[in-house]
Write a protein that binds this ligand. Structure first.
Ligand code: MN
Ligand code: MN
Length: 282
């Protein structure tokens, strides 16, 4: 059940309205990384979630995002206000001024209509939570950029509040992933092909205007090693067929997978190793 309280989560005050900045702010109202997208992504994931504890997390944060939408909406409305009477201000965005009467609408900063295609909802909790960490990172960076394009103290303070909350959410989603007690790269119920899964292809080679061959932990970290391709006269990747059995990947009782009519005990999920057990094993 939703209930509206006539109070903002953060009270917005601005100095001089700036219609052009108001238009930029629409990115966080009806844009791809905006508040409505965040609210809907987490809420719909929450509706689908079969794990009671993490469903609560998704509904908590999904609902807070709606309160953010309200704050951003209030901020935009203040900045767009001059559009209602001034031709000069209306020039900042004719669509907003003429079609929308200088009010907020579910569109981004260049007028693209909001779409549910922005949402990442897979029905697999471990995958969805990872999408959410990335979504919070994107929201954070958009707020940061908006802040760098206004000198208005009140606007900056409201944006700082919203930006900070995204990092709080990012921490909560990360903690939720860890609390599932799955090995860090365990997704779904099918084990990836052994050997092949450890192979990093050095597919961009040589030296030229676009750079040179570099090495880093991404070549050798997390159990990876570099292989050279057959085209370069080497052995290439391990491509022998491998028939994975459902239920071979370590999963968590909180996972939403598996789906489908898998036999072989796929529905008896193998309990994930706890981090303590992993530590002891290594
Ligand atoms: Mn938010
Ligand atoms: Mn957030």
């Amino acid at each position: 059940m939703y209930h509206h309280v006539k109070k903002l989560m953060y009270t917005v005050r601005i100095g001089e309205p700036d219609a052009r900045f108001g238009r930029m702010l629409l990115e966080q109202f009806g844009g791809a990384n905006g508040e409505l997208a965040a609210a809907m992504q987490y809420s719909v994931q929450g509706l689908n979630c079969e794990d009671e504890a993490r469903k609560d997390l998704l509904m908590d944060i999904g609902t807070e995002e709606l309160s953010h939408l309200e704050i951003v909406g209030a901020l935009i409305r203040m900045h767009l206000k001059p559009m209602k009477e001034s031709r000069e201000a209306a020039d900042a965005d004719p669509l907003v001024a003429i079609a929308g009467g200088g009010g907020v609408a579910l569109q981004d900063s260049v007028g693209n209509a909001w779409t549910s295609n922005y949402l990442k909802v897979t029905g697999d909790l471990a995958v969805d939570l990872r999408s959410n960490v990335a979504a919070e990172a994107r929201a954070k960076i958009v707020y940061e950029r908006l802040m760098s394009f206004t000198q208005d103290q009140g606007s900056r303070q409201a944006l700082q509040f919203l930006m900070t909350r995204e990092i709080t959410h990012m921490r909560a989603f990360s903690a939720a992933i860890e609390s599932m007690e799955k090995p860090p790269f365990s997704i779904g119920i099918f084990q990836p092909t052994p050997k092949l899964v450890d192979e990093f292809v050095n597919a961009s080679t040589g030296e030229g205007e676009e750079g040179r061959d570099m090495e880093g932990p991404w070549n050798s970290g997390h159990g990876l090693h570099v292989v050279r391709q057959k085209a370069e006269g080497d052995f290439g990747l391990h491509v022998e067929p491998y028939d994975p059995k459902p239920g071979t990947e370590k999963t968590s009782p909180a996972d939403s997978t598996p789906v489908g009519e898998y036999l072989d005990g796929a529905r008896q999920k193998r309990p994930a190793q706890t981090m303590e057990r992993q530590r002891r094993a290594s």
